[in-house]
Design a protein. Structure first.
Length: 557
């Protein structure tokens, strides 16, 4: 094999034993939106990853934040693992701002600005394992208001006086200042302001989805009101460096995982789709809308990091003020080399998530087996010859009749083709729960489309309540494709007739991007809408909902 091998096995890929912990989609797939800055960046996930607190010993201690004594606001995201009768202190006050802390218990979410001036939300307004945005606004003229997800849930006009101007005390996240009443859950994007924000400004914070050099600056409104920002991606530091915190027993999540497959696309202008994986290495790119061979380009994607990935100065991925999206998958980390098949294969497999990256040896004969590292047969295979300019191949054996041995090209809008004259029936592989079996015909010009040269393969299968490789019949406006999870990513392709590939995701809403072309994001249509346990096809159309066509899709929670 021409590739460097890290490990050797004799009985298939080495995989960790399944965890007893619940499967968390956020630990396995993520859509990240970011804004370019013309320079290098670490892309560590959109807001709502943050820091995890264990409920018994975790907290972050900061100094006395200088946000004024008459008017101020603090804002953050939180997700609790449980709700008990005991108070869980999310933010505890320092003396120079009186008691501006916030607690959670079975009575609700409560701020306690001053004795007798509590703001308590309704019982049952908070559910475990759900992210919420909270803002607490103190106004010297209007009292104080507690917002949840942009809506006012409690107000109290009684306390309108100034706060104590004492200094030298500390604020803590995740416990009281004397280290009791610990919070069990996650916090993220904690912001402090020296003004009483308006309802519309609170809504802006609630809708904030960027974690980049542009949107996540401390002074988000550009009016010097922003005092401190704790992104909590890798540490407890304030982005301005003025009020850095000290963390105790806190786990910083960032993207919540180190990705192994990252697909980057500009949203604002027509640029290539760039695909990277950890087996081929961060600098080695493929382009989904082109047949190009793999190329090595510096200053685009420069590395996979523990909670995201890093990019360089290339304008293709970091033009100043240009918006980008990156779809990121966790595979199995460092690859292993599985020699259990006829052909050896470097594999990085996430068995629980039904996703693996495979780099097989070059085929030397016919009907040769390649291990895929998954626990069941792949239902969707996306494959590219990395050494030559040849089309991307896509195969969906569980959706389309395997006897027809159909395939399509990711880089075109053509329909799925029945194996035959254009590529030869033997050029489409077969699959089972252990192996992908290479084509059975050799010695003709199209042989290298599949396994005759170095290839990279991305393999997927359905996983209950997380991922679905499925199909639907087009032609009905408002047609709902039901799932057993709420999708955050959907990719669709017409399998019967010509029609482009389409991707929507929960971060960009119904805005469409197309893997087979370099077009900018389409913001003018709402053809496909993601919903609770479904996605909906709003109107009929040849690409995604035409009468008489069968469509395949990949949906991920």
């Amino acid at each position: 094999m021409a590739f460097n091998k890290k490990f050797f096995t004799t009985g298939g890929i080495v995989a960790a034993s399944p965890s007893d912990a619940p499967f968390d989609p956020l630990q396995n797939f993520e859509t990240v939106t970011y804004t370019g800055n013309g320079g290098t960046q670490k892309i560590t996930g959109y807001i709502r990853k943050g820091a995890a607190f264990n409920g018994s010993s975790s907290n972050i201690s900061i100094g006395s934040v200088g946000m004024g004594v008459n008017n101020f606001t603090y804002s953050f995201w939180f997700n609790t693992n449980n709700i008990t009768t005991a108070n869980a202190n999310i933010i505890s006050p320092s003396a120079d701002h009186g008691s501006y802390g916030l607690q959670l218990n079975t009575s609700g979410l409560g701020a306690y600005p001053n004795t007798g001036d509590y703001l308590i939300s309704s019982t049952g307004i908070i559910s475990p394992n759900t992210w919420y945005h909270v803002a607490y606004v103190k106004s010297s003229t209007a009292g104080h208001t507690l917002y949840l997800n942009g809506s006012s849930i409690a107000t109290n006009a009684n306390f309108t006086g100034n706060y104590n101007a004492a200094t030298g005390s500390v604020t803590k996240f995740g416990s009281t200042t004397n280290n009791i009443q610990y919070f069990n859950g996650k916090l993220d994007q904690i912001r402090f302001f020296n003004t009483a924000l308006s309802q519309s400004e609170v809504t802006t914070l609630k809708d904030e989805t960027y974690a980049s050099s542009t949107k996540s600056t401390t002074d988000i409104f550009g009016d010097s009101s922003g005092v401190a920002l704790y992104e909590l991606d890798e540490n407890a530091n304030d982005t301005g460096g003025n009020y850095n915190g000290t963390a105790t027993n806190v786990n910083f999540l960032g993207m919540a995982f180190q990705p192994d497959f990252v697909w980057i696309k500009s949203r604002d202008v027509a640029r290539n789709h760039y695909l990277y994986d950890s087996i081929r290495g961060a600098n080695n790119q493929l382009i989904s809308q082109a047949a190009n061979a793999e190329s090595t380009v510096a200053q685009r994607m420069t590395g996979f990091i523990s909670n995201g990935f890093s990019i360089g100065t290339s304008g293709e991925v970091s033009t100043t003020n240009e918006k980008y999206v990156a779809w990121s998958w966790k595979a199995g980390g460092a690859y292993v080399t599985d020699i259990s098949g006829d052909l050896d294969a470097d594999i990085s497999a996430n068995v629980a998530a039904g996703f693996s990256i495979i780099r097989p040896d070059v085929q030397t004969g016919v009907n040769q087996t390649i291990p895929h590292g998954l626990s069941q047969s792949p239902e969707l295979i996306i494959q590219k010859n990395t050494a030559a300019s040849q089309n991307w191949m896509v195969y969906a054996p569980s959706i389309l009749d395997p006897s027809t041995r159909k395939f399509a090209y990711l880089n075109t809008n053509g329909a799925f083709i029945t194996g035959g004259a254009s590529a030869g029936t033997g050029f489409v592989p077969t699959v089972d729960s252990t192996f992908i079996t290479t084509p059975g015909v050799s010695g003709v010009s199209n042989y290298d489309y599949w396994f005759g040269k170095p290839n990279i393969i991305y393999a997927f299968h359905s996983v209950d309540e997380y991922q679905k490789v499925g199909s639907y019949s087009g032609g009905t406006s408002g047609y709902e494709v039901t799932l057993d999870f709420t999708p955050r990513f959907v990719m669709i392709k017409n399998a019967t007739n010509a029609g482009g590939w389409l991707i929507v995701d929960s971060q960009r809403g119904s805005n469409e991007l197309y893997p087979h072309i370099s077009n900018a994001e389409d913001t003018t249509t709402t053809n496909v809408v993601l919903g609770t346990n479904k996605f909906t096809l709003n109107t009929t159309g040849s690409w995604y909902n035409a009468s008489g066509s069968t469509y395949i899709y990949l949906a991920i929670a």
